[in-house]
Design a protein around this ligand. Structure first.
Ligand SMILES: Cc1cc2nc3c(=O)[nH]c(=O)nc-3n(C[C@H](O)[C@H](O)[C@H](O)COP(=O)(O)OP(=O)(O)OC[C@H]3O[C@@H](n4cnc5c(N)ncnc54)[C@H](O)[C@@H]3O)c2cc1C
Ligand code: FES
Length: 259
């Protein structure tokens, strides 16, 4: 794994939904090495453990990294209180990201809530051949819709309460979409229950599916084993795999969803 520790200046910060922040940080070395689906680990104040945040965008020429995060606890609250001009201590890029196969293929991208940010680079790769289905609790929590549209992707917004777009879950919208449209590959990130449903739909139709598992992490570099998830070995036997090192992205068929 090739990663580096870099101190970067926050050059842009916006609150894009209540409690959800979009930041651009000057991190030229990490931005140059970054790939869709990887993450960075950030020191958040005095907390011993760095907090993992996905790479939502990277610009190797400008040397910037984009991250979108939600306040969940003390670490992300500290992060949200940083302003432009402040510096962040970041390690990355970490983990094994998405495989972007061929942008003439039809890709369907499914994001749930704060699992949506790492999917934006995939939409940029597939452009007009991407359909992005995203789900949020309510209209005001919806993020990145304009970014997916600017990437050329078709977007299907779902809300649990019906306040915008399709009233229902992303898995229902996906099932409907797959009934009427071609799809060569599926990518997903979000709550585990959603990804399990997406994986089942993909498997039933023989469509390749990549999932990003956002388990709780400690070290982020393979040393502490606190991030393991259940996977299937070569003979289908149960095993545990480090998400920070071998993931966060896995082939959905590798994941043991019931472990
Ligand atoms: C590979 C990876 C990529 C991630 N990318 C993003 C991202 O792009 N944007 C974003 O907002 N968040 C992302 N997360 C989740 C983020 O790391 C956690 O929300 C954050 O570490 C919480 O830290 P905290 O100190 O604020 O909260 P804590 O006080 O540590 O925890 C607060 C609450 O959040 C829960 N929590 C902590 N870690 C996770 C996790 N990994 N998954 C689900 N719940 C968790 C805890 O169980 C607790 O209920 C990612 C996590 C991983 C593993
Ligand atoms: S977070 Fe320590 S091994 Fe994965």
């Amino acid at each position: 794994m090739r990663y580096t520790q870099e101190t970067g200046v926050i050059i842009e910060k916006r609150e894009i939904a209540p409690g959800i922040f979009d930041v651009a940080v000057s991190l030229p070395v990490i931005a140059k090495a970054a790939h869709a689906g990887q993450f960075v680990n950030i020191i958040c104040g005095d907390y011993l453990l760095r907090r993992p945040i996905s790479i939502c965008g990277f610009d190797p020429e400008k040397g910037t990294l984009r991250m979108v995060f939600e306040i969940r606890g003390k670490g992300t609250k500290w992060l949200a209180e940083r302003e432009t001009g402040d510096t962040l201590d970041v390690v990355g890029p970490l983990g094994h990201g998405f495989s972007l196969v061929d942008n003439t293929k039809k890709a369907v991208i499914i994001g749930g809530g704060i699992g949506t940010p790492p999917l934006l680079p995939i939409a940029k790769f597939y452009g007009g051949n991407a359909t992005v289905i995203t789900g949020f609790r309510t209209a005001s929590a919806a993020i990145l819709q304009e970014d997916f549209e600017a990437a050329g992707a078709k977007t299907i917004l779902c809300t649990d309460d019906g306040s915008a777009g399709f009233h229902g879950f992303t898995t229902q919208a996906l099932e409907k979409h797959l009934g009427n449209n071609e799809c060569d590959i599926i990518y997903t990130c979000g709550p585990k229950v959603m990804m399990k449903g997406v994986a089942r739909l993909a498997e039933a139709r023989g469509i390749a599916c990549q999932v990003s598992m956002e388990e709780r992490m400690g070290c982020g570099v393979g040393a502490c084993l606190c991030c393991v998830c259940g996977t299937k070995g070569k003979d289908g036997d149960a095993q545990f795999t480090r998400v920070c090192l071998n993931g966060p992205v896995f082939d959905s068929a590798e994941v043991d969803w019931d472990a």
